[in-house]
Write a new protein. Structure first.
Length: 304
């Protein structure tokens, strides 16, 4: 069910809450399901402005290689099971590559959530995709989806607890959560002192134990981990510890060039030699909702 972002009451098709009087709106044809407090919060406003700049640059292909983004979306989509007929939510839809792939594999619909109108307005009218402007930390849904997917979002959010609670609340019982995050990333390149042009980018990174704990604390049971995003220029650490190791890595890079293989295609499944030579840059977790989180006040909650 779609709920009011202010009071969690029911929302009519006209985006009106009969309980508290909240009134939603449309921007460029996109429904905006955000509370008045969220939109008025200066911290959130600053965050949204920063993110909109990233989105603008991303759409101009200044942030990531679009070929790599497409390949990662294809890999991620292949890991999502139970898609035929499923109602899916993608939190942080970006350019929409993953949403379209999930629909192609049988999803009944994809609700595409983002805080950037630049991304969402491009999805208006695309069959099977419902773009929604909403805060990832306050998703306006309760027991609404069979599957929630998110890629490269958890490292950006300001409040991890709010994000995970919102995802859990949005999922139906035993629904699945598919999440991809940076794996043991060096965060120094995001320092403005070192030339990063954005004030807020990646705020944290993860390994398997940290991500597992975060998901389990939020009432999820982790069913599987896997890795992704292998790039020719990112060898495993032990290859750099010796002259022979560096030569082997260089031979691998030369082989790719000689065969005309684009570096962004190295990350495509199946894994092959890449796992042996290259370190993964992304960590993927597949988790199932096994507990409901009920707020008790004062930061306490009941997980049943």
């Amino acid at each position: 069910m779609i709920v009011c972002p202010d009071c969690s009451g029911s929302v009519s098709s006209a985006l009106t809450c009969s309980d508290c009087g909240w009134q939603g709106q449309y921007r460029e044809g996109v429904p905006v399901l955000m509370s008045e407090a969220q939109q008025a919060d200066p911290i959130r406003q600053s965050y949204a402005e920063n993110y909109n700049q990233i989105a603008t640059d991303d759409l101009q292909e200044k942030v990531m290689d679009v070929r790599l983004v497409k390949n990662l979306a294809a890999n991620f989509s292949q890991r999502v099971t139970g898609l035929p007929g499923a109602e899916v939510c993608e939190v942080g839809v970006g350019k929409g590559f993953l949403a379209r792939s999930l629909l192609a594999r049988g999803a009944a619909s994809v609700t595409a959530v983002d805080i950037s109108l630049h991304y969402l307005s491009r999805l208006i009218g695309q069959p099977g995709i419902l773009p929604v402007m909403a805060n990832a930390e306050a998703l306006p849904f309760v027991d609404h989806f069979d599957i929630v997917v998110t890629t490269d979002v958890l490292e950006h959010v300001l409040n991890v607890g709010s994000f995970l609670y919102s995802v859990s609340r949005a999922l139906r019982a035993n629904g699945h959560f598919y999440i991809r995050v940076p794996y043991r990333e060096n965060l120094l390149p995001y320092a403005p002192q070192l030339g990063c042009s954005y004030r807020l980018v990646h705020l944290r990174t993860y390994n398997r134990p940290l991500l597992k704990q975060a998901l389990e604390d939020a009432g999820f049971a982790v069913e599987r981990f896997c890795y992704d995003c292998y790039l020719p220029e990112a060898p495993r650490a032990f290859w750099n510890r010796s002259v022979l190791g560096r030569r082997i890595h260089k031979l691998f890079q030369n082989r790719l060039v000689n065969r005309g293989i684009n570096g962004a295609d190295v990350t495509l499944l199946p894994h092959g030699l890449r796992q042996f030579l290259l370190r993964p840059i992304e960590l993927v977790a597949i988790a199932r909702k096994v507990k409901n989180l009920k707020p008790m006040g004062g930061g306490a909650f009941d997980a049943t």
